[in-house]
Write a protein that binds this ligand. Structure first.
Ligand SMILES: [Zn+2]
Length: 442
């Protein structure tokens, strides 16, 4: 996991990298409070969300006319792909449109802007990147629910799935006429969830009596529902509408979990051949964030949503600014001794970070995750919970742990770490451990 200590000023780093790169990818959502305007419809003025280069033409290599300060109001002239032609300070030029937002919030109706219609068959992806796994392809003309914005990507929900789509293929629309998509149901018996809508179909899992499931769609007398990280079909006669009082203590209740994909950018972490720890960690982290929000109702935030470098201090800072309730850092191990193998969880020792009041809670969090990993992935050795002085778990002011999912240098572990099935299982085990901890932690 290779830690380095650095105390860069987050704001300085962020704004300067944007100015230098012009199109630099933001390491996290620049408008975390949910920018819900219909930005596809041209407004007359926009506000910059970063120090932003005004360029001669619509290209990152084009000469910079001037740098517009963060928060400034610019006049919109026209659109050019992902660039806007704007006027500011007596000059007219081009800016990257993902760093501006509509500056007249009073005229917007958030409810109408929170739904978009696709203008092509559009891939819903796991993360905000064109190389990211495709969760599903949304048909042209379908209505999606807007969740948040990540640069030129929108996080949206469609048909029970949440992921990222390229925002240029969306157009604002009203709320859909069918209102059932977010409904929850409660089971009235121990109920089999099946692969398809038929009583002879494979059982994916048995949902306990009284559990709350998320409704996805209807199929004759069967409902497609999500539960425990799985989606499948149940006989609808054994469901009743969920009562509103049940979920408050047992679900995420919208509490924020900060997921930290280790390394990134010019720091690859452990390397084995063409395998980079930063890439594997990011994929597990993205799956974990998705399970935490879709299955358990947490507000999952990632410290980095792309392949960028963040210092350890920045990761701790982000936990604070996201108002996280817990922090989990995702890593892989490596050793020159290729026989070393297994997963382990690192928690604070209590010696180096004596002012941290969350040491005991961090250990409980780590133990819960370790237990779930051990039970759900028995084919990787369980090395247990280790007390270690790690910056991100010692310095964070919330319960924090660092998970090493296995050794990239060991062939057995590597076969798991390179399998998307096992990455998902690692993510689901971790989510379950986090949820077990959070259910007892107030
Ligand atoms: Zn690492």
């Amino acid at each position: 996991m290779n830690q380095t200590k650095s105390s860069w000023n987050l704001k300085l780093l962020l704004s300067s990298s944007l100015v230098i790169g012009g199109m630099a990818i933001a390491p996290f959502d620049l408008t975390p409070n949910g920018f819900e305007s219909s930005r596809v419809e041209a407004a007359s003025t926009y506000t910059t969300t970063a120090n932003l280069n005004l360029r001669l033409s619509a290209a990152t290599w084009s000469p910079v006319l001037l740098t517009i300060p963060n928060g400034a109001t610019v006049k919109y002239v026209s659109k050019y792909g992902s660039w806007y032609k704007v006027s500011y300070g007596g000059k007219t030029g081009y800016v990257a449109s993902q760093y501006v937002k509509v500056s007249t919030p009073s005229t917007m109706t958030p409810s109408s802007a929170s739904y978009y219609k696709t203008t092509v068959n559009l891939n819903l992806r796991l993360t905000a990147a064109s190389w990211s796994s495709v969760l599903t392809t949304i048909p042209n003309g379908a209505t999606v629910k807007y969740v948040s914005r990540y640069g030129s990507w929108y996080k949206v929900s469609y048909n029970g799935k949440t992921g990222y789509v390229a925002s240029q293929y969306l157009t604002a629309t009203g709320a859909p006429t069918t209102t059932t998509s977010t409904t929850s149901y409660q089971t009235t018996v121990n109920l089999n969830m099946r692969l398809t809508a038929a009583s002879w179909s494979t059982v994916l899992l048995t949902i306990p009596n009284g559990a709350t499931v998320k409704y996805v769609s209807k199929y004759g007398s069967w409902y497609k529902v999500s539960y425990g990280g799985k989606t499948g079909y149940v006989a609808s006669q054994y469901l009743k509408p969920a009562t509103t009082t049940t979920p408050t203590t047992s679900t995420g209740s919208g509490r924020t979990i900060v997921i930290d994909a280790g390394h990134g950018g010019n720091d690859p972490g452990a390397v084995y051949g063409s395998l980079y720890e930063k890439v594997i960690a990011f994929d597990i982290a993205a799956r974990l964030a998705s399970t935490l929000s879709n299955t358990y109702g947490y507000n999952a935030r990632m410290t980095r949503s792309n392949d960028v470098y963040l210092s350890l201090a920045q990761r701790v800072e982000l936990t604070k600014s996201y108002k996280g309730s817990a922090f989990v850092s995702i890593h892989n191990n490596s050793s020159t001794n290729t026989s070393y193998h297994g997963h382990e969880v690192l928690v604070p020792t209590g010696e180096s970070y004596t002012t941290n009041p969350y040491i005991s809670a961090s250990r409980s969090l780590g133990a819960a995750i370790n237990r779930e990993l051990g039970v759900r992935i028995p084919t990787i050795r369980n090395r247990g919970v280790k007390y270690q002085n790690v910056y991100v778990v010692g310095k964070n002011s919330v319960p924090s742990t660092l998970v090493e999912y296995g050794f990239i240098s060991n062939s057995n572990d590597r076969s798991h770490l390179t399998s998307t099935t096992y990455r998902q299982r690692m993510a689901d085990a971790t989510a379950s451990g986090i949820h077990q901890f959070m259910s007892t932690y107030k």
